[in-house]
Ligand binder design. Structure first.
Ligand SMILES: Cc1ncc(COP(=O)(O)O)c(C=O)c1O
Length: 383
C-alpha cells in the first residue's frame, strides 16, 4: 500500500524555517577555538576532575542510577552532593536533577498553584516558560530587568483581588544578553510582597559572587528564596541543583513528577559535580581571576569596534537579520573560531546575534586574533 506522504508537513515546516534563515543544523565544534561553550572555567577537561572521575569508575561508582530516586536509584553520591551543595551555597537543602531544563520545568510545574501569580522577566529561559505553561498559576511578563514593572505587575493583580501566592522568576545573568539582574531590588520586592523569588543562576554559578557561589550568595538560605544552579556550564559537568528550604525540597520529592517518574541522574554524574564544586572551592579564585581578565580584555577590544559590551563572560554582538548573522558566524568558524549565531525564536525578532562567550579554553592571544577577524566583518557592515 502506498502511504500518502506522512512526512510532508514536517518537511514543509523545515522549508519554512529555511526560507527565513532559521533552520537549525547540528554543527560539530571540531578543532575550532571555543568562543561559544558555557565551559567558562574550562572544567569539562580539567585534569583533576578527569582523574577523580577515572578513579571513581575504578572504585565502582555506577554509570547508571538504575531507578527513580524514590526507588533503588538513590545513591550515596546523590546524597553526598546534595549535602555538599546546600552547605556550599548556603541553602537549607538541595535537590539534584539531570539537567537545568528539567529542574526549572519540575519547579514551575510543581510549586506555583492555581490562584497564584508568577511575574517573570521577559527574557527568562525556555525551560521556565515551558514549566509555567504546563503549570497551573497565572503568569505575567515584566519588562526585562525593570524593577518598577515587576512591582507594578504585582500591585495590579493584588488590586484585582488576587489572593494567591506571588512568585518572581528571573535569571541572575541572562543567557543570551549577558547582563545582570537587579537582584538586591528584586529581593526587596519579594520581601515586601511576601513573594517567592526563584533565581536561575545557570550563568553565574562557579563564576560570579563570593567564592563563585553565584550572585544570590548573600540571600540564599532565606525561606522565600529558591535558586537553580546548573552543573553543565561553569561546573563543566551535567545536571542542576535546586537549592531551597528543606520543606520545598521535600515537597518536590513528593509532588514533582519529573523527579518521581524518571530514572535518577547517574551516580557518576553526581560524583563529577561534587568534584567540580571542590575545584571551584579550592582553585576557583585563580580561575575566576583569569576569566574576569579575559572579560575585561574582550570588552576593551569590542568597545574599540563600537560594539556594546556586557559586564560578563557572555558577550552578544547583535547583528539583526538571521541570514547575515549566520553568514558572519560561518566566516568566523572558517577562520578557526567557534562562534555561533543565535536567531529567533531563541531571541526576539530582529535581534539575531553572535553569542560570543569567554572561557579558559582559549588564551588572551586567541581573543585578540578572533577580534582581528571580526573587525573587518563589522566594518564592512557599517560601510
Ligand atoms: C538560563 C538557563 N537556564 C537553564 C538552562 C538549562 O540548563 P541545562 O543545559 O543544564 O539543561 C540553560 C541552558 O541552556 C540556561 O541558559
Amino acid at each position: 500500500m502506498m502511504m500518502k506522504n506522512i512526512l510532508s508537513r514536517f518537511d514543509a515546516s523545515l522549508n519554512g524555517l529555511e526560507r527565513r534563515s532559521r533552520r537549525r543544523h547540528l554543527l560539530l565544534a571540531g578543532n575550532a577555538l571555543d568562543f561559544s561553550s558555557n565551559d567558562y572555567l574550562g572544567l569539562s577537561r580539567h585534569a583533576k576532575l578527569l582523574a577523580a572521575v577515572m578513579k571513581a569508575v575504578d572504585d565502582g561508582v555506577g554509570v547508571g542510577a538504575t531507578g527513580s530516586r524514590l526507588l533503588r536509584g538513590h545513591h550515596d553520591e546523590h546524597a553526598a552532593l546534595e549535602s555538599q551543595a546546600a552547605a556550599l551555597f548556603g541553602s537549607e537543602a538541595a535537590l539534584y536533577f539531570a539537567n537545568g531544563f528539567m529542574a526549572n520545568y519540575a519547579l514551575f510545574t510543581c510549586l506555583p498553584k492555581s490562584g497564584d501569580l508568577i511575574v517573570f522577566d521577559d527574557l527568562v529561559h525556555a525551560s521556565i516558560h515551558d514549566g509555567m505553561l504546563a503549570g497551573k498559576a497565572k503568569t505575567v511578563a515584566a519588562k526585562h530587568n525593570e524593577v518598577q514593572d515587576f512591582e507594578d505587575k504585582i500591585k495590579a493583580v493584588r488590586a484585582d483581588g488576587l489572593k494567591g501566592q506571588i512568585w518572581i522568576a528571573i535569571e541572575s545573568i541572562y543567557s543570551m544578553d549577558g547582563d545582570i539582574a537587579p537582584i538586591a531590588e528584586l529581593v526587596e520586592i519579594a520581601k515586601r510582597y511576601e513573594a517567592f523569588l526563584v533565581v536561575d543562576e545557570a550563568h553565574a554559578t562557579g563564576v560570579w559572587g563570593e567564592g563563585g557561589k553565584g550572585l544570590m550568595q548573600p540571600y540564599e538560605g532565606a525561606e522565600n528564596i529558591i535558586c537553580m544552579h546548573t552543573c553543565g556550564k561553569a561546573l563543566g559537568a551535567s545536571g542542576a541543583l535546586i537549592c531551597a528550604p528543606k520543606i520545598i525540597c521535600e515537597y518536590m520529592v513528593n509532588f514533582s513528577r519529573p523527579f518521581i517518574y524518571s530514572t535518577a541522574p547517574s551516580p557518576l554524574a553526581a560524583f563529577t559535580v561534587s568534584q567540580a564544586l571542590e575545584i571551584v572551592q579550592n582553585e576557583g579564585g585563580q580561575l575566576r581571576q583569569r576569566l574576569h581578565g579575559q572579560v575585561t580584555l574582550a570588552s576593551e577590544l569590542f568597545a574599540e569596534l563600537g560594539v556594546e559590551t556586557s559586564p560578563t563572560q557572555i558577550q552578544p554582538i547583535i547583528i539583526g537579520g538571521a541570514g547575515e548573522t549566520m553568514q558572519m558566524a560561518k566566516t568566523l568558524q572558517e577562520a578557526g573560531f567557534d562562534i555561533r549565531g543565535v536567531r529567533p525564536p531563541t531571541v526576539p525578532d530582529g535581534s539575531s546575534r553572535l553569542r560570543i562567550t569567554l572561557t579558559l579554553n582559549v588564551s588572551e592571544q586567541d581573543i585578540r586574533d578572533m577580534v582581528d577577524v571580526l573587525r573587518p566583518l563589522l566594518e564592512a557592515r557599517n560601510g
